[in-house]
Design a protein around this ligand. Structure first.
Ligand SMILES: [Zn+2]
Length: 227
């Protein structure tokens, strides 16, 4: 099987900064995740961000119900995979496997039966912090509760980058990127206050197709792809 593998260097503009939640050691301070002096967007957070966008675009009722109704499809193509998973004699699980294999979200981000076709890097950010103070407004009196002040630390960064490897589901992946460049999405917490808003920068992002593992990938601007 000759599968195509794509590499991406994505740049997202984050005009209002962001905060991927860190340890909650002080309930009055919302702190960003920090490791060895860098603020961090872990690969698992990136996966969640992109998965949510793909869901907005492609998820149906069956997906949100965990594909419990199963699916039918060309079992011949999946015969070996199903055999390898030992599901041949489990009709219900086999149907669920097929449904998940045919679901663009499961196919890209993985399911309980097969691995993710997308791999994200961690992102390390070297930036300052903006701290905001918020008050909690009492629901009944509409007055601020003086004692319930909390502080929010926002990583003051105007753009972030992530590297991605994609091995399957490219059509849905490119549609996901297109949505992120036009509409944008959110990274981390503070969404209701606009914090974490991120928009993919097609001109500053790059992709490369790897047609063999030995050849060096040639990166081109993502804006050159017909999305
Ligand atoms: Zn699904």
């Amino acid at each position: 099987m000759n599968k195509r593998v794509y590499l991406f260097k994505l740049k997202l503009n984050t005009p209002y900064g962001l905060r991927v939640g860190g340890p909650k050691d002080d309930i009055y301070v919302l702190k960003p995740l920090e490791i060895e002096g860098y603020y961090v967007i872990p690969s698992s957070s990136w996966k969640g961000v992109f998965r949510r966008v793909t869901e907005v675009l492609f998820a149906g009722k069956d997906h949100y119900e965990g594909h419990k109704n199963g699916g039918v499809g060309n079992v011949d193509n999946l015969g070996e995979l199903i055999k390898a998973k030992g599901l041949e004699s489990y009709e219900e699980e086999k149907r669920r496997f097929i449904a998940m294999w045919n679901c663009p979200i499961e196919r890209l981000y993985g399911s309980e039966y097969f691995a993710s076709a997308v791999t994200f890097s961690d992102t390390l950010i070297d930036a300052n912090i903006n701290e905001r103070t918020h008050t909690v407004i009492d629901r009944k009196t509409r007055k601020s509760k003086e004692k319930h002040l909390f502080r929010e630390q926002i990583v003051d960064v105007k753009s972030v980058s992530v590297k991605v490897i994609v091995r399957d589901g490219l059509e849905e992946w490119f549609k996901t990127l297109e949505f992120m460049s036009v509409v944008g999405t959110f990274i981390g917490g503070g969404k209701s206050r606009g914090i974490g808003y991120a928009q993919l920068d097609l001109k500053e992002s790059e992709y490369a197709e790897m047609d063999s593992l030995t050849r060096k990938p040639v990166f081109r601007p993502l804006s050159e792809v017909k999305l």
